[in-house]
Design a protein around this ligand. Structure first.
Ligand code: CU
Length: 126
């Protein structure tokens, strides 16, 4: 191993140590939900708990909206208001760990298949 490579390895080790010591501020988790007749496709099936931005994109020909609720007694229902075809809308919310039910509240869209589940995992222990 030459001196330059040793120096490069040492620099990488220093950077890795620094990032572990001072964690950067947490960015909100992001979830994109794509609506179409009559499905929801999630950009990911799991997000971490805490602040989140949920974006609803409507690729369909009908209006769609989005409701999210944790499977727990008395859980709050979050809503992303109706998005017209070709439109997009996002909202910030705060997700507690657990399993969430997602669905479209318009007409009979939920029964037609516009529903999905999302897992929200607890924050990592420090
Ligand atoms: Cu719908």
């Amino acid at each position: 191993m030459n001196a330059r490579l040793v120096a490069a390895c040492a620099a990488v080790a220093l950077v890795a140590g620094a990032s572990a010591a001072a964690a950067p501020p947490r960015q909100p988790a992001r979830l994109q939900v794509t609506a179409n007749e009559f499905t929801f496709v999630l950009s990911r099936s799991t997000v971490r708990s805490g602040p989140a931005i949920v974006e609803l994109v409507n690729f369909g020909e009908d209006d769609h909206d989005l409701a999210l609720r944790r499977r727990a007694p008395g859980a709050k229902t979050w809503r992303v208001r109706t998005v017209t075809p070709g439109g997009v809308r996002e909202r910030q919310l705060r997700l507690a760990a657990g399993r969430y039910q997602l669905w479209c509240t318009l007409a009979n869209h939920r029964a037609l298949g516009m529903r999905a589940t999302l897992k929200v995992k607890p924050p990592p222990k420090r």
